[in-house]
Each structure stands twice: as C-alpha cells, then as structure tokens.
Design a protein around this ligand. Structure first.
Ligand SMILES: [Zn+2]
Length: 112
C-alpha cells in the first residue's frame, strides 16, 4: 500500500510555517513552545508537535492551530505522558484543544 506523504505537501509546509512564526528566533531557528530551548542548543532540534495526535485526529493533521514547534525532549515526554500533555497544553494554550475539536467536528460535517 502506497502511503501518501502528506508531511511533504505544500499545505503542510505552509501550516507549519504559520504555526512556527511566533517562535522564530531568526536564522531559521525556533524556540520550543514549552521551554526556553532554541533548536541549536539541543540534540535533534525542534520538532513539529501535534496537539491533537495525527493517529486520533487525522482531519487536524495540517491545521496550523494544531501544530507547535517543540523540542525533542518535550515531544518524547508528552507522547509518552498523555495526561501531562493535556495539562501542559491547557496551561499554555487555554481552550485551544476545545477549539480544535470543534473545528474537527465541522471539518467532518457534524453540526456545531
Ligand atoms: Zn522544550
């Protein structure tokens, strides 16, 4: 089965650029959304983090509001700790998850 590489699509690149803009430190370097680390300070650099996971919420995978630049350490930690992930997102980005879930419902054609 051929897998569509949506991560290389123009739409995804544009969504990522939009989501990363507030964290742009210049010279193509970005800050982690959850800590003061900037990509050149850490191994593996900054990664693209999905607030609502791609596996559970495919309709939101290219939504700019669902993307954040996150350091490798935080990315791994929150992938392994879903409760802490939810708490951290709620603390740093209040109501963002609810807004995304509402958006997902409308994208899937459910009434608001
Ligand atoms: Zn971090």
């Amino acid at each position: 089965m051929k897998k569509t590489n949506w991560r290389r699509s123009k739409e995804y690149k544009e969504a990522k650029a939009q989501a990363f803009k507030p964290y742009d430190m210049g010279n193509s370097r970005y800050k982690c959304a959850f800590c003061p680390k900037i990509d050149y300070e850490i191994p593996y650099g900054i990664t693209v983090f999905h607030l609502c996971s791609v596996g559970s919420h495919p309709a939101l995978k290219m939504e700019p509001l669902n993307l954040l630049p996150v350091c490798f350490k935080h990315h791994r930690y929150y992938d392994d700790h879903p409760i802490e992930k939810k708490e951290a997102i709620e603390k740093h980005f209040p109501n963002r998850i609810q807004g995304l879930l509402d958006l997902e419902r409308s994208k899937l054609g459910f009434p608001a």
